[in-house]
Design a protein around this ligand. Sequence first.
Ligand SMILES: [Zn+2]
Length: 277
Amino acid sequence: MDHPSIQVLTSLFSQSGRLSANGREEVYDCPMCGGLGKLHFNRAGGKWYCFKEGRGGVLPQMGYSPGSPEITRGRQEVAYYAPDFRRLDDQYHPTQRPFYQYLFSRHCTLEVIRWFRMSYARAGLYKGYVILQVPVGDYFVGRKVLDGPGPKYLNAPLSKRGVICPTFTRPVDEAVIVEGVFDAISVGRVGPAIAILGKTLDHDQRVAIQGLVKSRIILLLDRDAWKEVMLVGGALALFLNVVHSAPPQGKDPGTMELEELKALPWSHCDEHVNWQS
Ligand SMILES: [Zn+2]
């Protein structure tokens, strides 16, 4: 039997829960007593309590050893108050509908949803955001889906140094470099893509790209980013063959049509390398 903290965390991930009458706690079926008791969880203090068993505890905020994705996710959730991640998965549920609608409009298939271990938040700081976890490391991107206050993107409160977001894991000959993760998802329909999560490239990101791309880069930043194109392109050109491209007028890589993406200056394009681990 797992440690109670792990069981409590698992419940937070796997159940939909509800708010208590006073609105201060979340209520789940207790994992320790077979769903017969109610598990109350106070997110602000990390405290949990089962009324049937008359026992409770406090989730250790940073005490987990890294490794298992569940623990990583739990740590993000508890430590950053990125509350109430609901995983998007193959089990379509009506409450997930706005999220699926948004994701499908951004060319996310279930394969892509799984690739980025997507989830969504229905409460707390990240309420109304879809969370996309980068394939390696703890960094995640939050994209607002529902109307409401807050910025369009709310990413992990972690350093972005060295973080890239590729659509593939095995080294390829050629890949497209884009700014945002949804740009990469869009381009990923026709060939390998890497998002650098912005318009700049740090040293560690450049090293990571070098580890994934063997010979050729197609640089496809947004149309307004010509200065950054020179800087990013220049840094990559020291090590790789760099070809510059740009989205058509009025578009960005995330809104380009399939035919427009296929018309990029690929030496060959291979969609089959995407979404493979
Ligand atoms: Zn219980």
